[in-house]
Design a binder for this molecule. Structure first.
Ligand code: IPM
Ligand code: MN
Length: 352
C-alpha cells in the first residue's frame, strides 16, 4: 500500500519522538512492502516562530489532502502570555476542529509490571480500557470571553445531540468487539449538557442490547480509575472530562509517555501521543518515544494493516519486557535513551 502521511513534529520533545516513530514505521513498511511518504508541516511554537501563526493555512490544506497525520506535541511556557487563538495549543485545537476529528480514542493498557506506577501492583494486572473522548465540542470550543471590564470570564459548554450520537455510536461499536461495556462519565447531577449526553447515550444503547451501559459522575470516575481500573472497558465522555481522565489513567500504566491516541474524523484521522511537549527534556535523548510509536501502530490499524500493527505492538511489549526503557519507567541507572528504544524496536521488527 502507498500512504501519504503529513508529519507535524511540533515543540519540545516532538521531533525526537516522531523521529523514532518514523524509523519504526519504515521498518514495518520495508518488511511488508508498503510505501509511506512523509511530508513535514508546522503547528505550535515552531509555527509561531516561522510564520507568526500557530497553524498556517498550508498545514491545514496539506493535512486535509493526506491519508493520515502523525502529530508530536505542542506547547511552551514561553507563550503563556500570548492571547487566546495565538498560543501553540490553539494550532492543535484548530487542526482538530478543521479536520473534524470528533472522536479521540485513548487506550490504557498496562504492558508490563516493570513500571514506576505508584499504584499497588495487584491493581494493575490486566488493566485494559479505552477512553472515547469527544474532541471537537464542549467547553473547549464554546464561546469564550470576558465581560464586566475584564473582571468576569466565561467559557460556554455546548453539545448537540448529533455530536453526542456520532461518538456514542463509535463507543458502542468498539464495546461489542471488546468486553461489551460502556461507562458514560459525566456530571449529570449538575450539568445540563451531561443530561443531554445521558439521554442520547441511553437511546443509542437500545440498539446494542448486549452492551452493558452504566453511568458514573466524573468525580467518582476519577476515584474509581485508581481504585478499580479493571472494571472499565470503554469510557465514553466529553472533551474536558476525557482530557483529565486520560492523564490520570496514564499513572496506572506508569508514565504519561506511554499513552497513544487516535483522533478519528469522518474522512481524516490523526495519531498523537497524549503527552505534552515536555520542554525540559528537549534534545536530551531521554523522552519516552512509546506514546508516539504506539500512535503509529494505531495508524497502521486504521489503514487496515492489522498484522503490521500486531508486530509493532509485540515489539514494543518486548522492548519493555527486555527493560529497554527510558528513565520515566525504569531506574535511571538501567535506562536507555530515546534513540536506543527506537533502535531496539526496529531491530526486533526486522528480525521477526
Ligand atoms: C491533549 C492535550 C491538549 C488538550 C492540549 C495540548 C490543548 O492536553 O491532547 O490531551 O487539552 O486536548
Ligand atoms: Mn491532555
Amino acid at each position: 500500500m502507498n500512504k501519504n502521511i503529513s508529519v507535524i513534529e511540533g515543540d519540545g520533545i516532538g521531533p525526537e519522538v516522531i523521529k523514532q516513530t518514523i524509523k519504526v514505521l519504515n521498518s514495518i513498511a520495508k518488511k511488508y512492502n508498503h510505501n509511506f511518504f512523509y511530508k513535514k508541516y508546522f503547528v505550535g511554537g515552531v509555527a509561531i516562530e516561522k510564520f507568526g501563526n500557530p497553524i498556517p493555512e498550508k498545514t491545514i490544506d496539506a493535512c486535509l489532502k493526506s491519508d493520515a497525520i502523525l502529530f508530536g506535541c505542542v506547547g511552551d511556557s514561553k507563550y503563556d502570555s500570548y492571547p487566546r487563538g495565538k498560543r501553540p495549543e490553539d494550532g492543535l485545537l484548530k487542526l482538530r476542529k478543521k479536520m473534524n476529528l470528533f472522536c479521540n480514542i485513548r487506550p490504557v493498557i498496562v504492558y508490563s509490571k516493570i513500571n514506576k506506577s505508584p499504584i499497588k501492583k495487584e491493581l494493575l494486572d490486566g488493566v485494559n480500557f479505552v477512553i472515547y473522548r469527544e474532541l471537537t465540542g464542549g467547553i473547549y470550543f464554546g464561546e469564550k470571553g470576558r465581560s464586566n471590564n475584564g473582571n468576569e470570564a466565561f467559557d460556554y459548554c455546548v453539545y448537540s445531540k448529533k455530536e453526542i450520537q456520532k461518538i456514542g455510536e463509535m463507543a458502542f461499536k468498539a464495546a461489542i468487539k471488546r468486553k461489551n461495556k460502556v461507562t458514560l462519565v459525566d456530571k449529570a447531577n449538575v450539568l445540563e449538557t451531561s443530561r443531554l449526553w445521558r439521554e442520547t447515550v441511553k437511546e443509542i444503547g437500545l440498539d446494542y442490547p448486549n452492551v452493558y451501559l452504566d453511568f458514573m459522575y466524573i468525580d467518582n470516575a476519577a476515584m474509581q480509575i485508581i481504585l478499580n481500573p479493571k472494571n472499565f472497558d470503554i469510557i465514553l465522555t466529553d472533551n474536558m472530562f476525557g482530557d483529565i481522565l486520560s492523564d490520570e489513567s496514564s499513572v496506572i500504566t506508569g508514565s504519561l509517555g506511554l499513552l497513544p491516541s487516535a483522533s478519528i474524523g469522518e474522512n481524516k484521522s490523526m495519531f498523537e501521543p497524549i503527552h505534552g511537549s515536555y520542554p525540559k527534556a528537549k534534545n536530551k535523548n531521554i523522552a519516552n518515544p512509546l506514546g508516539s510509536i504506539l500512535s503509529g501502530s494505531m495508524m497502521l490499524d486504521h489503514f487496515g494493516m492489522h498484522k503490521e500493527k500486531n508486530l509493532l505492538e509485540e515489539a514494543v511489549k518486548n522492548s519493555i519486557e527486555s527493560k529497554i526503557c527510558t528513565t520515566d519507567i525504569i531506574d535511571s541507572d538501567f535506562s536507555s535513551t530515546t534513540e536506543e528504544v527506537g533502535d531496539y524496536i526496529v531491530k526486533y521488527i526486522i528480525n521477526q
